[in-house]
Structures are given as C-alpha cells and as structure tokens.
Design a protein around this ligand. Structure first.
Ligand code: NAP
Length: 250
C-alpha cells in the first residue's frame, strides 16, 4: 500500500476531490484527518468511509482562510493522529463574476481561501514538522486556470496562478528539510464546483470540444495523482506540476 503508516490531513475533504482523496489515502494505508468548513454531514460520510477501509479518521472543522482556525484544526489533526506526514491543500472555492462587477469582498473570499489558505496551512504544518525534526510531503491543488483564461475568473485564476508560485518557492526553500511540495492541476472535474454544467449543456459541449479525451473527469481520477505526490513513490520529486485534465493543456 502506497501510504502505509502515513498520517494525512486533507483540507476540504467533505466533498468532491478532497473526499475522494481522503478515502483513497485510507485505502492506501493512511490514517486521515478530514477538514471541512460547513458540510459536517459530508465530513462524517468521508470519515465513515475511512473507518470502513480499516483506518483511523479524525474530523477537524475549520476555515482555511482564518489564521486562528488553521492553527486550531491543524493542531487537532496532529494531536488526533499522533502527528502528520502529509498535507493536501485541497479546499477551494470558485465563483464566476464579470470583471467589472467583482467586489473587494468577492476578491478576498476567493483569494484568501485558495491562496492564503494553502500558505497558512502549510506554514503551520511545516513549523510542526521542523519542531519535531520530521520530513513530510505537501500537495497543492491548482487548476487548469493557472494556464488557461476563462471569463469571470478575475479572482480565481490569480489565486491558482499564485498556488503555482507558492509551490515553486516552498519546494525550493523546504527541500533542505526533506519536505517535498508538488501541485496537481485538475481540469473540469464533476463536483459541486462544476455542477452548473449539469444544466448548461451548451457550455458542457464547448468544454468537451476542448478536451482531447472528449469528456469531463471524475474526482476518483484526480485522487490517485495526489496520492502519488503524497507517497514515497515520488520521493525524488519536488516543485512539480501535473495536469489531470484529459489533455486540455498540452
Ligand atoms: P467542491 O466539491 O466544491 O468542494 C470544496 C471543498 O472545499 C469542500 O469540502 C468545502 O467544505 C471545502 N472548503 C471550501 N472553503 C473552505 C474553507 N474556507 N475552509 C475549509 N474548507 C473549505 O470542490 P472540488 O471541485 O472538489 O475542488 C477541490 C479543489 O480542486 C479546489 O481547490 C478547486 O479549486 C480545485 N479544482 C477543481 C476543479 C473542478 O473542476 N472541480 C478544477 C480545477 C481545480 P464544505 O463542504 O464544508 O463547504
């Protein structure tokens, strides 16, 4: 099993890609801390699947965009699992708002969650690793929007391009401690974030035309790549990016 003996914290693990990742991590031998912000039922369902896989689950509520909350839930995860080896910075939000209409609050909500969140979660995680002289692995979730422009994403696209930069600088600074940092960029994946495509069949078809594999992806097709970066299979890889997008960016 690829994560035998590892302890993994997944932010935003109540739904979508985070949920699939948390469950796969458990099936690969990890104990898992399940973070969420609002959906306690989703988090409980993730925890039940982890337990059914024979691994330990702890549920840690908290907002990745709030410093005190991050300190509290990373500490709960650390204490609940007796330490952490892997952090998956998955929690994220996307809204679609015309450039001319975007407010300061909407800008801050998205950038604070998608960029400031991974920075703060990683900093708290790394400080704890260093205090105990431990190595670790961090996997960030970017997006094809780090490389492709879609209208209405004035706030979202820079947050994900920022995650690219964050990954690069963290990898270059933290390598000397044996801490690896990599990034997975999903394409259009069938989660609540893209639920509008269930009814917007025109946009769905337009997206399919741009995907060489001709379809949208599933959370279960992203999770194995996150697990690969999390695990020792990628022990000599840091600062790298993989697009899981059906070939949209080639
Ligand atoms: P999703 O289904 O909408 O789920 C989002 C998750 O993030 C939920 O668990 C949610 O918790 C959590 N979350 C949101 N804000 C949070 C906060 N402030 N603090 C803690 N948790 C928070 O999203 P997804 O589609 O799986 O996306 C996962 C990641 O992949 C995101 O970073 C997203 O940007 C990226 N991504 C997704 C796609 C796609 O097509 N789906 C494409 C490119 C990149 P609650 O359930 O409690 O609200």
């Amino acid at each position: 099993m690829r994560l035998e003996g590892k302890r993994v914290l997944v932010t935003g693990a109540s739904r979508g890609i985070g949920q699939a990742t948390a469950i796969l991590a458990a099936r690969e031998g990890a104990d898992v801390a399940v973070n969420y912000v609002r959906d306690s039922e989703g988090a409980a369902a993730t925890a039940a699947a982890i337990t059914a896989a024979g691994r330990k689950a702890v549920v840690v509520q908290g907002d990745v965009s709030d410093r005190d909350s991050v300190e509290a839930f990373v500490t709960s995860a650390w204490d609940g699992l007796g330490g952490l080896d892997v952090l998956v910075n998955n929690a994220g939000i996307e809204t679609i708002i015309d450039f001319v209409d975007l407010t300061d609050e909407q800008w801050s909500n998205v950038t604070n969650t998608n960029l400031r969140g991974p920075w703060m979660c990683s900093q708290v995680f790394v400080r704890r690793l260093l205090a105990e002289g431990r190595t670790g692995s961090i996997v960030n979730l970017g997006s094809i929007q780090a490389g492709l422009a879609f209208p209405g994403r004035t706030h979202y696209a820079p947050s994900k391009r920022g995650v690219e930069g964050l990954t690069a600088v963290m990898a270059s600074e933290l390598g000397k401690y044996g801490i690896r940092v990599n990034c997975v960029h999903p394409g259009v994946i069938e989660t609540d974030m893209t639920a509008r495509l269930k009814t917007d069949l025109v946009e769905l078809e337009a997206i399919r035309q741009k995907v060489p594999l001709g379809r949208t992806g599933l959370p279960e097709e992203v999770a194995p790549i996150i697990v690969m970066f999390a695990s020792d299979e990628s022990s000599y890889i840091t600062g790298q990016h993989i697009y899981v997008d059906g070939g949209m960016i080639v």
